[in-house]
Design a protein around this ligand. Structure first.
Ligand code: UD1
Ligand code: MG
Length: 472
């Protein structure tokens, strides 16, 4: 961490080529917005108070995404180009000594290590600036690096305005620079609007510094994919894929088994413990934390949830904002929504939904149930088809079920209602009143049996013509 380093992140553009109403840096790759990625990288090199993001398009939203990091902001009210964007923080930063790194908010794969090398190279070389260059498979759209015999930069020519000979150059400008701060601020205002686009290109500073007799070094970087600048949604998808691959590879190196890793999607902040197995097409998103020895079934989606150790998630289960304790199992085809909390070894089976509900230790809801706003004790059996009627059209009410309760199949529990510990609810009951502990509650009409009725009907029906027989 250097205290003489300033970092400016350009993030004011709309990103016309994204064809979006949302500012480009607010688009996500690898589960974070582009601006969050770049700020995280910057924070590994410089103090937050020496990092400034230039915002313009949807400034408030961009600011809100990274405000927690403690960095500063400059506003570029009108987006007149990357040179103009840097000019907009001249007043705030020109007095700061040392070196200044410019990063573009649309280049999120950049590694802190590469940036560290850039700064070290710049300081050692005594150049006015050092620019990271690379050779991507297809240089279309990028600024081309024009170098002299020593490999030093003479100019950067934007693709749009480059001649066919210049376009044939494969070495491109990554958009990542380290300047001697004093020289940048001294010469920045010499940038003139580009005759074709009328924009003020930061890249023109290279020719200006070179013309003033300074050396501008290039730092060729072989890992072109790390420097991918996102300008459209195809590039966004490509970068997302790189983040995903990096994340699952890291998890595998850390002791997680991932089957068909190319199909598994894991967000950057997700943590997974050793010996957990992740099956194909699973997604682990947001702030999810998974313990050790768990199994995440095929097609399961887990967001912002905490899974302890030995948890089993069967395929095609959706889980969000939930807590699942040791040894519990969920699914297949189950849904745990906000505030679902399964205690140790609890079990939820297929087509069961939990919301704002605590399911106590070793309690089970195996099939076809809705449990909302409920507090369920330990060792409870919830029969198939049980529904908590938690909403009367106006407000939500609670269902409280004590430990060791047995709820028969297809029970309808009309909240607010409480079932005392150890009580029984007969199958098919509609329960509207409290059930005392250890009682049996029956809430259904008594069964009527008519001996021989079916047989008589069958025999009578034989004499009837075809059509009327169908109607009876
Ligand atoms: C830029 C470089 C190009 C380089 C490429 C690498 C210039 C003129 N060109 O082109 O040489 O090869 O990046 O990815 O710099 N921005 C502002 N304010 C503005 C304009 C842009 O803040 O007025 C921000 C954008 O939000 C974006 C970044 O600057 O994060 C880069 O802008 P973009 O329009 O993507 O530049 P490129 O055409 O990709
Ligand atoms: Mg770009």
């Amino acid at each position: 961490m250097r205290d003489d380093l300033t970092i400016v992140i350009l993030a004011a553009g709309l990103g016309t080529r994204m064809k979006s109403r949302k500012a480009k840096v607010l688009h996500e790759a690898g589960g974070l917005t582009l601006i969050e990625h770049v700020v995280q990288t910057a924070l590994q090199l410089a103090l937050p108070e020496r990092i400034v993001a230039v915002v313009g398009h949807q400034a408030d939203e961009v600011r809100a995404k990274v405000a927690g990091a403690g960095i500063g902001f400059c506003v570029q009210a009108e987006q007149l180009g990357t040179g103009h964007a840097v000019m907009s923080c001249r007043e705030a930063l020109a007095h700061l000594p040392g070196h200044l790194v410019v990063l573009y908010g649309d280049t999120p794969l950049l590694a802190a290590e590469t940036l560290r090398r850039l700064v070290a190279r710049q300081i050692a070389s005594g150049a006015a600036a050092t620019v990271i260059t690379t050779e991507p498979g297809d240089p279309t759209g990028y600024g081309r690096a024009i170098t002299d015999d020593h490999g030093d930069l003479v100019a950067i020519v934007e693709h749009k305005v480059a001649t066919p000979e210049q376009r044939a150059i494969r070495q491109i400008n990554s958009g990542i620079y380290c300047f001697r701060a004093d020289l940048l601020w001294k010469h920045l205002l010499e940038i003139r609007p580009n005759p074709v686009s009328k924009e003020l290109y930061l890249t023109d500073i290279v020719e200006i510094l070179h013309g003033a007799g300074y050396k501008v070094a290039s730092m060729p970087h072989t890992e072109a994919s790390e420097l991918l600048g996102i300008n459209n949604r195809i590039e966004l998808a490509a970068v997302d894929e790189v983040f995903r691959r990096r994340k699952v590879e890291q998890l595998m190196l850390d002791g997680v088994t991932i089957q068909k890793p190319a199909t598994v999607m894991v967000d950057a902040a997700v943590r997974v413990g050793v010996d957990t197995v992740v099956e194909p097409f699973a997604q682990l998103l947001g702030s999810t934390a998974v313990g050790t020895d768990c199994r995440i079934g095929a097609g399961a989606i887990v967001r912002d949830s905490r899974l302890a150790d030995g948890v089993r998630i069967w395929p095609y289960t959706l889980i969000s904002d939930a807590v699942i304790e040791d040894g519990a199992s969920v699914g297949p085809f189950a849904r745990l929504r906000e505030g679902a909390h399964m205690e140790r070894e609890a079990h939820v089976g297929n087509f069961v939904e939990l919301k704002q509900t605590k399911l106590g230790r070793r309690s089970k809801s195996g099939h076809l149930s809705y449990l909302g706003d409920a507090e369920i004790g330990a060792g409870v059996n919830i029969g198939a088809g049980t529904i908590t009627c938690n909403y009367d059209g106006v407000r939500k009410s609670k269902t409280i079920i004590g430990s060791q309760v047995f709820v028969g199949s297809n029970a309808t529990l009309v909240a607010p209602v409480e079932l005392g510990g150890g009580s029984y609810v007969a199958a098919g009951s509609v329960i509207t009143d409290a059930v005392p502990a250890d009682a049996l509650a029956l809430g259904r009409s008594r069964q009527v049996v008519k001996e021989g009725w079916a047989k008589r009907r069958r025999e009578g029906a034989k004499a009837l013509p075809e059509v009327s027989r169908l109607r009876t």
